[in-house]
Design a protein around this ligand. Structure first.
Ligand code: BES
Ligand code: MN
Ligand code: ZN
Length: 495
């Protein structure tokens, strides 16, 4: 998709479709007024008919309007002027893009100059337009024999949004596009089935990313190499699987070699059967999404390179398949992690923390300024928050509030849970240094407590994305969260 800023009066913009806003109760935006005037009150007539009221998210296409350069006009409801905030703007855009998607419009112009958002500037709005346009163009068809109809829209332009400078708007469009593409990449990796997206496949994708970007280098550690490093915990998870586990290390260099990096670490369980602590059958297919943390890391690394952020970033993926077999880890087995701590595996279904703890120990060698792990870690996070929130736990309040701010900014929100010492004793074991489960209560917190034992020396935050990473039901599919949150956080950092 191509993006540009096009100035000029809306009636003179040539495009297959021009998007204009109508406020609540049929009040015309400035752009709508201009089009209405030249087209012999076409819009006023529609509003008088009552078919369109300007409610937020309404969208109606007008074909072959007379006397303007565009071939179609798309009316979108902008709701109450005073309520037009970031969330409302995102809703307006996604409903407009749904209609655009269904049309065959090859070029689309968003004439929304007069829409000032009450809590964001025009650069934010511009970036959101390109981000939403990219994500709206994604459709999964990789494993369907009949491919989806190609997305017709090839170019998108925006007007000079309220108070925006051309240069800044263009940069914002680029930025939003990069983020949207990264979100789609994470969705695609998430959506691929477990028999395609294996640990080796993730490693290939991370290697391909380095081939495409000179600023990224990827190293893949084999089981043999991990054995030498003493990663007994990570290795125990893939022990029952025919697929080899991989530790994928991606390094992005955007600053001087000696500039300490920021680290992101993803859970990459390419399928989670639960292992010997086998999961029930219903809905188990959704455990192909148990690598969405890893997908967000790979995709974020790509975006960071595309945006040429002036920092260094290390992205680590701990990839394994959790299967039952004669070789699989059994409840009660004790393994030694890379940190030297021994772990009693009381439940083989609490495997995410087992792969992450060794990856978190490994990442120490880069002396990162901050470490964020991203994991579909607990069903308890889904029970607590449903699908709207990235659960956040951290040993550093500054890092936690920075992440909450970033999530708010890009509408990929996180909410913090307590990581208090009182919960730590739930992980006591009679036979090892620590048990891998903390019992039936406070599951998201005890999982984070487990990880905290391996991050004591680091400024660390944990995002449990079990609820936010994919949708179930008719819309089943990966969301690409929290890529935009991670990109926002990294964009705000300095070398
Ligand atoms: N991948 C799951 C977490 C999960 C479950 C995410 C359902 C989304 C939906 C994780 O590996 C897991 O199985 N966690 C267990 C931990 C328990 C055994 C302590 C869980 O949450 O039930
Ligand atoms: Mn599990
Ligand atoms: Zn899992």
């Amino acid at each position: 998709m191509r993006y540009s800023v096009k100035t000029g009066s809306p009636e003179k913009i040539s495009a297959d479709c021009i998007v204009i806003a109508i406020w609540n109760k049929g009040a015309l935006s400035d752009e709508a007024k201009k089009i209405d005037a030249v087209t012999g009150k076409t819009i006023s007539k529609i509003l008088q008919s009552g078919d369109f009221t300007g409610k937020l998210g309404e969208a109606q296409l007008i074909h072959n309007p007379s006397k303007i350069s565009a071939k179609r006009v798309l009316l979108v409801g902008a709701g109450e002027k005073k309520n037009l905030d970031a969330k409302a703007a995102a809703k307006l855009l996604s409903s407009a893009l749904k209609v655009i998607r269904a049309s065959q419009a090859g070029s689309v112009h968003f004439a929304l100059n007069s829409l000032a958002l009450n809590n964001r500037d025009s650069n934010w709005f511009a970036a959101r337009i390109s981000q939403e346009a990219e994500t709206a163009s994604y459709q999964y068809d990789t494993t369907k024999s009949k491919k989806a109809k190609a997305y017709a829209t090839k170019s998108i332009s925006i007007g000079a949004l309220a108070g925006g400078r051309r240069k800044n708007l263009e940069a914002a469009l680029k930025r939003g596009q990069a983020i949207g593409k990264a979100v789609n990449r994470a969705r695609e990796l998430g959506n691929l089935p477990g028999n395609i997206c294996t640990p080796s496949y993730l490693a290939q994708q991370a290697t391909a990313l380095a081939d495409r970007n000179r600023s990224i280098s990827t190293q893949v550690l084999s089981e043999k190499q991990m054995t030498r490093l003493g990663m007994g915990s990570l290795l125990s998870v893939g022990h029952g699987s025919a697929e080899e586990s991989k530790l994928i290390v991606m390094r992005y260099k955007g600053a001087k070699v000696d500039s300490k990096p920021y680290a992101i670490v993803g859970k990459g369980i390419t399928f989670d059967t639960g292992g010997i602590s086998l999961k029930p059958g219903a809905g188990m297919d959704e455990m192909k999404f148990d690598m969405c943390g890893a997908a967000s890391v790979v995709a974020t690394m790509g975006a960071v390179a595309e945006l040429k952020l002036p920092i260094n970033v290390v992205g680590i993926v701990a990839a394994a398949e959790n299967m039952p077999s004669d070789r699989a880890t059994k409840p009660g087995d004790i393994v030694t992690s890379m940190s030297g701590k021994t772990i009693e595996i009381l439940n083989t279904d609490a495997e995410g923390r087992l792969v992450l703890c060794d990856a978190l120990t490994y990442v120490e060698k880069f002396k990162p300024r901050s470490v964020i792990d991203i994991a579909t870690l607990t069903g308890a996070a889904v029970a607590t928050f449903g699908s709207h929130v990235n659960a956040l736990l951290s040993n550093n309040d500054n890092l936690a509030s920075a992440l909450i701010d970033c999530g708010e900014e890009v509408l990929d929100r996180a909410w913090q849970l307590p990581l208090w010492d009182e919960y730590q004793s739930l992980l006591n074991s009679n036979f090892a240094d620590i048990a891998n489960i903390g019992g039936p209560r406070a599951g998201t917190i005890t999982a984070a407590c487990f990880l905290s034992r391996f991050t004591e020396k680091q400024k660390w935050a944990h995002l449990d994305i079990a609820g936010s990473a994919w949708h179930s039901g008719a819309q089943k599919g990966a969301t690409g969260r929290p890529v935009s949150l991670l990109v926002e956080y990294l964009s705000r950092q300095k070398a």
